[in-house]
Structures are given as C-alpha cells and as structure tokens.
Ligand binder design. Structure first.
Ligand SMILES: [Fe+2]
Length: 344
C-alpha cells in the first residue's frame, strides 16, 4: 500500500516534479536501478552518484532476460526507474516490450555519439565493446584477418572458432552485417564461416580465445573485453594465453569494426523519474565513464582516457557507424540466417 500511495504522488506530479518542491524532493531521494551488470567495480558508480547528489541507488540485479521479464511482470507498479543491460539485442527486447520512455537530455545527446543512442532517447549506450578477431600469432599475419569477410573465405577451412549463432553477440554482429551489407551478403558470410569452423560452436568467447591458443583454430570471434581481461591479468596462465594470440579490429580500411554497448534507459513507469534522468546523465560524466568502462574492460562512449592498460595499448580504432538500433531490428533476420546456414 505504501508503495502504491508513493506512486500515486509520483503520478500526480508527473514529469514536472519541480512544481511541488518538497514532495518532489521526498520522491527523488532514491533511484531504483535494475541492472544486468554485476561487476565489483560498478559499486563506484552507485557511491559516486550518491556522493554527488544525495540520491540513494537501490540495485536489483538479475540476468539479462530476467530483469526485462521482471519489469514487464511488475507492470504499472514496478519500482524500476532505470534499466541497464548488455548488448543492443537485449536493450531492443526491452524497447519492444514498451518498457522504456524517451528522455530528452542535452547532456546525454552531447556525450553519447549519435550511432550509440536511440534518436528518440529511449535508450543510450554507456560503454562499448568491439566484436574482434583473435588470431594465432604463429599462424597468421594481421593482413590475413583484416576483415570479417576474410574468415568466410575458403582459405580458412577448418580454422575458425566461434560460439553459438543463437547467442546475442553473434546475432548482433550478423545484424550489423545485414544493416551495412544487406541480407544476401550477410547470409553468404555466415555460410562461409560455418563452412570454415574447426569445431561445432561451443562455449563462450573466452573459450574461443583458448581454443586459438591451444591450436584448435587459427582465428576466433570474441568481444574485446574478454581479451582485455586476459591481457590485463597477472595470472601466469593468462600471460601464456596472451603471448600466443593477437587482436584484430576488423574492417579498419572500410566500414569499421562492429561495436555493441552496455546501455539502457528510463523505465516508462519510473516512480522517480527526475532522479532516474539525473542518474542516466551521471553515467556519462567523466568519472562514471571511467568506472563504467573499466568495470568490464569496455570503452567509454564519451571521450575519456581510461587507465586500462590493454585498451590504451591497443589505441583508438574505427567503429562501424551504423546506428546500433539496427542491431535490435535485425535480430530475427539474423537468427533466420543462422538457422538456414546451420550456425547452431
Ligand atoms: Fe559477455
């Protein structure tokens, strides 16, 4: 009941909480964050915001699909103010379910590059991850894996490792290829990669990197942060792994490397809308961008230098400029192509 009456106040106030100073202040002391990120270092993202604004961050963590389901099930009574998850394919699910509300914010529009946010402001990317190629240094020259297209060529028969085609990271990569190259070329690419696989798709991205180091494949597809984690590790086994393989940011001479995001937005039924927008804006501040990106070895979306040795060592790269909304829109087409070509 208490929650309901608080909601009633919030609804009466609407978006313009400024109209009723004290009630708005009481309303705005907290922001309820539903997050699919579970990184220790993300703690600083909550503490930093509270220190700056006095607004407490209540966190509800869950798996990517769980938090979307939970907000959906809670319906109009959901306490959720902000939803954060990883990969555009999942942000898209939340958008499609009608869970996100547009936010007009000069701060967010200025700090988040246009290709990494919804033109209507329903979602924003807060950090990026590149989908890169990891190759065996003793078997390949960088020029041989300079493009995603290379690993679909017959030269690579039996030499490619990749995780399942049903996984959102690969669905998003293929969605980007559909967006920039068209469905026909995307299908030919997927077909070519399947024909080149050194083993059936299995495991996560780190397993693909390990398979390359172990000589099972010459090249694998992986998100950049998995390799950054290995490069930054002080463990001997990781050092041995990092010594055997190298990273390639594909398609630097043409459309750029496919990137995805950790991101999210304002929940449509947010009871603490003002705080929620403040929190979203905080996430693009210099301070938060560093925490946000470093928490998972991702790249900040704003131009901020990180203190991440792996990322700084690799330097800047050209990213595919297609609006990542296309990655969401093309998920079903991508799945259909993977099914057709047998990328299990
Ligand atoms: Fe991941």
């Amino acid at each position: 009941m208490k929650a309901l009456s608080r909601r009633a106040i919030a609804m009466a106030l609407g978006a313009s909480a400024v109209m009723a100073g004290s009630a708005a202040t009481a309303q705005d002391k907290v922001v309820n964050l539903y997050s699919a990120r579970h990184y220790q270092t993300d703690e600083k993202l909550y503490e930093g915001f509270t220190k700056l604004t006095g607004i407490k961050v209540n966190r509800i963590e869950g798996k990517e699909d769980e938090i979307i389901e939970r907000i959906r099930n809670e319906g109009a009574n959901s306490p959720a103010d902000v939803m954060i998850t990883v990969d555009m394919g999942r942000i898209w699910k939340a958008e499609q379910a009608g869970l996100l509300a547009p936010v007009k914010s000069a701060v967010l529009d200025q700090r988040v590059p246009a290709n990494l946010r919804d033109p209507e402001g329903k979602w924003f990317g807060f950090s990026t991850r590149a989908r890169v190629l990891i190759y065996a240094k003793d078997k390949l020259q960088p020029a041989q894996v300079a493009r995603y297209e290379d690993i679909a060529s017959p030269n690579f028969k039996g030499k490619v490792c990749a995780r399942s085609g049903g996984h959102v990271y690969n669905l998003s990569l293929l969605s980007a290829i559909i967006a920039t190259q068209g469905e026909e070329k995307a299908e030919a690419w997927a077909k070519g990669v399947v024909a080149n696989m050194g083993r059936p798709p299995q495991g996560g991205d780190t397993d693909q990197i390990k398979a390359v180091a172990a000589g099972q494949c010459d090249v694998a597809i992986s998100n950049s942060y998995y390799f950054a984690r290995i490069v930054n590790s002080t463990k001997d086994e990781d050092k041995a792994l990092a010594a055997k393989v190298a990273i390639m940011f594909p398609n630097q001479a043409d459309r750029g490397t496919h990137v995805n995001v950790s991101g999210g937005g304002l929940v449509k039924t947010a009871p603490n809308k003002e705080s929620a927008i403040k929190y979203l804006e905080y996430l693009v501040s210099d301070e938060a961008q560093r925490y946000f990106a470093n928490g998972n070895n991702e790249y900040p979306v704003a131009e901020v230098k990180t203190n991440n040795a792996a990322l700084e060592g690799w330097g800047a790269f050209k990213m595919d400029q297609v609006n990542i909304g296309a990655l969401g829109r093309n998920q079903a087409k991508a799945q259909a192509i993977f099914d057709k070509v047998g990328w299990k």
